[in-house]
Design a protein around this ligand. Structure first.
Ligand code: GCW
Length: 761
């Protein structure tokens, strides 16, 4: 009964919003150069919601939509086909009803885990007066078929539901509406108490239920096409039903029932785990949390509740197995949560095109007819709702995400949510042609960079299923392997001198493997069948354990890090070939980004390989780790004003030490000991935020380079987040030459140095 109601009212809301989307469709076609008379629109409900067909009728192209949003999607499909010189799609239906993005925007205008500037919705506790950017965002989303946007952080500010704020939010919904994008809100579960003044937020208290009902009614008075609430509860310090010993279903349902009469949905995040877990207990396992918390509640959720499940059981790492909860539900609606913002995957400073990873997730099979894409779209069991949610976190930077290549991830998310059967290659090519033009060399180069980038990133960060190996306690950016260990966060890798990896087997480990259906569990339970790239997620093995590839674990770590860091050095070189073939502004920006990434890949390589060498006591067979011919440690140079500084963690700097400048200007000098020749001169320094230190590099008295450390990196101290490389190419050096760096600090940026490396050309 309730189910029918949900659908009917939702259709009502759609009719209400009909004409703005049609107007948008017409405007987009004109903007793309179609003659007014060349395209006709019609609404044919029998096509189905949000679906479209495109037909030629004489000279006219007729776009029919199941509703006005369908027409709009058809218009965008027509435009895309024109720009890509492709044949027109005949008929398309979105794969799943939920195709949303989440924004983790705070009301002060900051964005949690956002790397693309400030919020396009909020500043200083209020909705922005100028929402033109928000409207452009909705247009962008609609162009790839995204139909919902949660505008505020899941760590929700209680004020969003206040009457004054709802009126302001209605203005965002107004600019979304012409694009078929419906607004949703993340809410604080304690709102009835904190905002409503009740003495409780117990979901089973009738006053609480009434409060939510009245609040939902109020929301719909302001925003008639409101999509629903998103709730993060009992997670990472957020309050939830546990405060009253109630279940997640109790919590979800009280909100869902308030929304149901309006056709709204309640999206409940399955990212619930104990972050104070005892690391000494080898049976404890954060990976188990989603399944353990939610699987027992099957059947208890109302039909307009959707569980939003992160793709992996931990947290958006560079590689994880698929969350077993996705395959464990048959009666509960689910949505797959992917992360567009590159929190653990390089924060948009590293190129990391995620479509190849997402494809592996989407195509992962829990059994016949039970691939992730089918499960979350509700195709396998008769579930009315479901789909895909991408954490986007766009900001006000000109390219939305703070990098000119990162928007490929937003595009890919939308395309896959519309049709998860598209290939990563096709999506990369579409995005490249639409954004960089159709020059064959440009397309080949950009596609190739995109498609290699995730594997490369994975291989100079955390391989073999270890997680990203980044600093999990702070910025989630640079290397800090042991930050994962010996604390309650549960991202343990269980490394010691003998071996590494979490034993998650049923036989001897945490039993996590048992959460998968038997056929899948069998694969992961056994060392013999677990794929190498997830080995250490599932098993604890000695460093000398041989992979399927024949290499030992430790030698594989060395080899893969050297290979991937080398490949990252090629990225800026390959890009440089495009000079003159793409516009100069973006060319230079991307070149700078890829050059930075190449330098940071070396930081990663060295940190991980040195740590493994020390921990395992096993040397690199190829003699690279710990041996850096041509490298001069800053702390061993002739220093004037610079003082030695211990780096934490030690693996984040060469030799575990750097130098910081404690006066107005400092110098560090060395006498070159190598043979005469031409070299690249690399200076590894720490680019600290809050100031722009200046550096000058001299060979004898001749200036060889000068630069400013003006990046805003996530840590305030010299470490793996801030370690940055500046390279001067092709410098002629003679034995006995004096190489000198001058650093001029600027406020908190102490012009810190790690080393100088003289690399033969
Ligand atoms: O990945 C983690 C992030 C948190 C985030 C949380 C979540 C919004 O580090 O910043 O909080 O996940 O998904 O709720």
């Amino acid at each position: 009964m309730l189910r029918v109601l949900v659908i009917l009212v939702a259709l009502g809301a759609e009719l209400w919003a009909q004409s703005p989307a049609l107007e948008s469709a017409a405007r987009e076609c004109r903007r793309a150069g179609f003659d007014r008379a060349a395209v006709a629109f019609e609404v044919k409900p029998e096509l189905g919601r949000e679906s479209f067909s495109i037909e030629r009728n004489g000279k006219k192209t007729v776009i029919a939509g199941g509703d006005s949003t369908g027409v709009l999607y058809g218009a965008f499909a027509l435009i895309r086909a024109k720009q890509l010189h492709e044949t027109l799609p005949k008929r398309e239906t979105p794969y799943a009803p939920i195709r949303w993005v989440n924004q983790w925007d705070n009301l002060d205008g900051s964005i949690e885990r956002g790397y693309g500037g400030r919020s396009i919705f909020f500043a200083n506790g209020a909705v922005l007066a100028d929402l033109s950017r928000a409207g452009e965002y909705a247009r962008l989303l609609a162009s790839v078929g995204i139909n919902g946007c949660t505008v505020n952080n899941v760590n929700a500010d209680v004020r969003v539901l206040s009457p004054e704020f709802l009126k302001q939010l209605a203005r965002i919904a107004d600019v979304f509406r012409p694009w078929g994008v419906r607004l949703s809100l993340a809410v604080d579960f304690a709102s009835p108490q904190k905002l409503g003044g009740l003495d409780t937020f117990d979901p089973l208290d009738a006053r609480v239920a009434e409060w939510w009902k009245e609040k939902a009614d109020e929301v719909y008075r302001e925003i008639p096409d409101f999509a629903g609430f998103v709730l993060k509860a009992d997670s990472e310090g957020r309050v939830g039903p546990s405060a009253y010993h109630r279940t997640h279903a109790d919590a979800a349902n009280v909100l869902a029932r308030a929304l149901a009469p309006h056709g709204g949905i309640l999206v409940y995040r399955a990212f619930v785990y104990n972050h104070h877990m005892d690391w000494r207990d080898l049976k404890n396992d954060r990976a188990r949390a989603a399944y353990d918390n939610f699987h027992p509640l099957e059947g208890a959720f109302d039909p307009n509740v959707v569980l939003q499940i992160k793709y992996g059981p931990i947290d958006f790492q560079a590689r994880e197995p698929v969350s077993p909860l996705i395959g464990g539900l048959a009666q509960t609606n689910e949505a797959l949560e992917l992360q567009i913002t590159q929190e653990y995957t390089g924060q948009q400073r590293h190129l990391c095109f995620l479509a190849p990873m997402w494809k592996q997730v989407l195509d992962f099979s829990f059994g016949p007819g039970a691939r992730v894409k089918e499960l979350v779209a509700g195709k396998t069991h008769d579930r009315p709702l479901g789909g895909f949610v991408g954490v986007a976190n766009v900001g006000n930077s000109p390219n939305w995400l703070g990098s000119d290549l990162a928007p490929a991830n937003l595009y890919a998310f939308g395309r896959l949510a519309w049709n998860p059967n598209l290939s990563a290659e096709q999506i990369a090519q579409e995005w490249t042609e639409l954004n960089w033009g159709r020059n064959a060399k440009v397309v080949r180069t950009v596609d190739d960079l995109l498609l290699r980038s995730w594997r490369v990133y994975e291989h100079y960060t955390g391989p073999l299923g270890l997680g990203t190996l980044t600093d999990i306690l702070h910025g989630h950016y640079g290397p800090n392997i042991e930050s994962a260990e010996r604390n309650g966060w549960g991202q343990w890798i269980r490394a010691d001198h003998e071996g590494i990896g979490m034993d998650r087997t049923v036989a001897t480990g945490t039993g996590f493997v048992g959460q998968y259906p038997p056929a899948v569990a069998r694969v992961y339970e056994s060392l013999a069948t677990t794929p190498d790239d997830l080995l250490l997620f599932f098993h604890h093995v000695p460093y000398t354990y041989r992979l399927h590839s024949g290499e030992t674990v430790v030698q594989y770590v060395y080899d893969s890090h050297y290979a991937a860091a080398h490949e990252a050095q090629l990225f800026p070189q390959e890009w440089a070939e495009l000079r003159g073939l793409v516009d100069e502004t973006r060319f230079e920006r991307v070149l700078a980004q890829l050059t930075y990434q190449a330098g940071h890949a070396i930081v990663w390589r060295d940190a991980i390989t040195n740590w493994f060498a020390r921990e395992s006591g096993i040397a690199d067979e190829k003699g690279r780790v710990g041996h850096y011919p041509g490298r001069y440690e800053a702390e061993k140079m002739q220093l004037d004003g610079y003082v030695e500084y211990d780096i934490t963690p030690w693996e984040d700097a060469s030799g575990g030490k750097g130098v910081v400048c404690k006066s107005a200007s400092c110098t560090a000098a060395l006498v070159f000991q190598g043979g005469d020749g031409r070299y690249d001169l690399a200076v590894q320094y720490f680019d600290l935020p809050g100031g722009s230190a200046k550096f000058r590099l001299r060979v004898n008295e001749r200036e060889a380079g000068a630069w400013t450390g003006d990046l805003e990196l996530p840590s305030k101290i010299p470490n793996g987040d801030t370690s940055t490389r500046y390279t001067v190419k092709d410098v002629r050096l003679r034995r006995g030459d004096r190489i000198r760096i001058e650093g001029i600090p600027d406020g908190p940026d102490s012009a810190a140095l790690d080393y100088v490396e003289v690399c033969p050309q």
